[in-house]
Design a protein. Sequence first.
Length: 216
Amino acid sequence: MARIQARWGELRALLRPSRHDVPDDASFVDPHEAAAKARVGPRAVRAGIPVGPRIGALRGAFLFCFFGAYMGTNWVPSMLDKAKFDVGTASYGLLAWNLGVLAFALLAAFIIPRAGSRATMLTLAGGSIAGCVVLAMMDITPAATVPVFIMLGITGGLVNATQTTMYALAANVYPTAIRGTGVGTTVAVGRIGGVLSPLVGAIALTAARTHSADCT
């Protein structure tokens, strides 16, 4: 409504019940819209196709974030099974991963309006990397079920909370005129990471099994 001057009357009517003192001749300017247009470039806005280095970086982030999130969802039970966990316990590993998602996604939604998205998302991403490093260094055996499941919950929560908050980031990056196209294409690129995760996960598990057999 702010973008279309003919609808300013409707916008004033919507704002007044919310105790906004809006004069009848009030004009509306969205400073975020100008910044978003500058990010993607005027040519992209005119063509309706979001391109450019910043957009490429955002899509790359989506691809790798989806890759990590789906890697965990697809392969945590198989990883635990290969580590000699019984089938029932291995399935609880995936439960721990998903419970972490719920907790950290809600926490991120609470923090971002107060601390901003940049610091929150950088913390989530850094925590995801740290969680993966800790898991890689842990002795993943049935004897260490509790600490392993705690780390799965923390790492899964951080990885997927990053993915969840990136949807809001993508919507904030694109100007209104190309927001639907921009977010849609960005998520589509992210889905490529989801498609690649089963293939790469199978290769990684096979390599780990081969290495384990060689060491034995």
